[in-house]
Design a protein around this ligand. Structure first.
Ligand code: NAP
Length: 479
């Protein structure tokens, strides 16, 4: 922790905010201040974008191999420093150390993946069908990018954007979430050591995200916005981007259905549910939010799930044996508590948990509710906490209709041992991703993203770099 950077990273140097202001990053397991971090002003935002614009042409001209080497070195450094980076993440975000290490590994993998993609950017050459001309199609970096990341995966949401941006030859200004800026500042230090040139990556933590980012979006100097966060803020940003017709990638909120059919392996389904629900204490866009279980299984499923959820140790993520850390802040704790109360008032039965603890920190116990009414608030809102909401169903049609009854479409989980049903339901489910008999879909090598109000574009996989490339066609006269 001693050497953790806390200043703005602009043009390859560390500096204080223009007005000298700072804000506190809190430890969610105590609510106490952890570090004071420089609070970017709009002038700092402009300076960061100016640095990115100035570096764009020369960075775009670097060889793909040179960019791949920088990413590979950064990948190695993340692994070399995994213990310190994981501790930093646990302190600022709350997830248990083992999960924080898992996230650093996942985050590093985006760098390794996009190092390999950097050297595979290609184009095409074609004789015009009518003859007399040639078509040369080439790919170019879109230009300076604005990147905005959320607090729930403080490192991975950054590398999932910076990896492909760097591979494609784009410079960027990244604004991390105000609750968790330290991981991105640590990454900036690593990227510098890995040889990323000055000005190519700039990091501007800020208390007033809108005041800093809106002028940059509207300036016309950036060519793209890649945002991960809530659908509500994503919609505001899409409108702002329309002004200068910025390219956009939007990784937004979810409301994932988790459907267990009567032919599923119940043990496998409970294990999958534990993963889909409890990864990141339920603070994930991919978290199972509505759990639909066939009526013939729901009692057994509920008891097994409650036994496993109830046995998890809740506590400060830095403590050995702690499996469930605190929620991110008091607002998150209030929200989860009020969603649980609302569901109970509307008839849900508590199988375990549901008691908000007293004392310091923003903890909430793993909770299982069954018989959750379709009109409970938690069926239409992201719970973003360790609360499993079970609802019975009878028929396949009923389950699919309920699963699709949401404006969101990020991910769905389906548990069945009937191949035809798996394919049928997989095709009918309105989501960008489907976990079939598995509770985790996130993988750097697969296209991550949603449909409907869950977003636009894909991150990871081979699609990830496409988001940072433009296609240019050069028509060549041959007559
Ligand atoms: P959020 O409130 O939308 O914030 C996300 C980021 O946007 C933060 O950096 C935030 O800064 C910034 N921001 C807020 N208002 C802004 C504005 N007017 N202009 C520019 N930037 C602004 O979301 P969150 O609470 O941090 O994250 C949780 C949400 O993210 C959930 O809905 C979750 O589902 C979603 N998420 C989606 C994915 C995905 O891949 N689809 C992945 C992870 C999370 P401040 O911190 O300063 O407010």
């Amino acid at each position: 922790m001693a050497k953790t950077p806390t200043q703005l990273f602009i043009g390859g140097t560390w500096r204080d905010a223009a007005d000298g202001s700072t804000f506190d990053v809190l430890d969610p397991s105590t609510g106490d201040a952890l570090r004071a971090v420089a609070n970017a002003t709009p002038a700092d935002g402009h300076a960061a974008l100016a640095a990115a614009v100035a570096a764009q042409e020369s960075f775009a001209a670097t060889s793909p191999r040179a960019r791949a080497d920088m990413l590979t070195r950064a990948f190695e450094l993340l692994h070399e420093r995994i213990d310190a980076l994981a501790l930093l993440m646990t302190l600022e975000m709350g997830k248990p150390l083992a999960e924080a290490k898992g996230e650093i590994t996942y985050a590093a993998e985006f760098l390794r993946h996009f190092a390999a993609e950097a050297v595979r950017i290609d184009g095409s050459y074609q004789v015009a069908p009518a003859g007399g001309a040639r078509f040369l199609v080439t790919r170019q970096p879109v230009g300076p990018c604005l990147l905005i990341t959320p607090w729930n995966f403080p490192m991975a949401m950054g590398t999932r954007k910076l990896g492909p941006a760097l591979a494609a030859g784009c410079t960027s200004v990244l604004k991390p979430a105000q609750q968790t800026p330290l991981s991105m500042l640590a990454l900036a230090q690593i990227l510098k050591e890995a040889g990323v040139p000055d000005g190519v990556v700039n990091i501007v933590p800020a208390m007033d995200a809108g005041a800093v980012m809106e002028p940059l979006i509207r300036s016309g100097d950036a060519r793209k916005l890649s945002f991960t966060g809530s659908t509500k803020i994503g919609k505001v940003l899409l409108e702002q981007c329309a002004d200068k017709v910025l390219r956009t990638s939007m990784e937004l909120g979810g409301n994932a259905p988790f459907v267990v059919f009567d032919d599923a392996d119940i043990e496998e389904a409970v294990a999958g549910c534990m993963q889909a629900k409890m990864r990141n204490m339920g603070e994930a866009c991919t978290a199972a939010n509505r759990i639909y279980v066939h009526s013939s299984l729901i009692e057994d499923f509920g008891q097994r799930l409650a036994a496993q959820m109830g046995a998890l140790t809740v506590g400060d993520g830095t403590q050995e044996g702690s499996k469930v850390g605190p929620l991110i802040d008091d607002a998150a704790q209030d929200k989860v508590d009020s969603l649980v109360r609302d569901a109970v008032e509307r008839g849900a039965e508590v199988l375990t948990g549901a008691q908000r603890p007293e004392g310091k920190g923003y903890f909430y116990p793993p909770t299982v509710l069954t018989g959750v009414s379709p009109d409970a608030q938690m069926t239409s809102e992201e719970i973003f906490g360790p609360v499993a909401a079970l609802t019975p169903f009878e028929t396949e049609d009923e389950a699919v209709t309920a699963a699709n009854n949401t404006p969101y479409g990020l991910v769905a989980y389906v548990f069945t041992n009937d191949l035809r049903r798996a394919i049928r339901v997989g095709e009918r489910i309105e989501a960008g991703m489907v976990g079939l008999n598995q509770g985790v879909v996130s993988n750097p090598y697969a296209p991550f993203g949603g449909i409907k109000e869950s977003g636009l574009g894909r991150e990871g996989g081979s699609s990830g770099i496409e988001e940072f490339l433009e296609t240019k066609y050069i028509g060549i006269a041959m007559g």
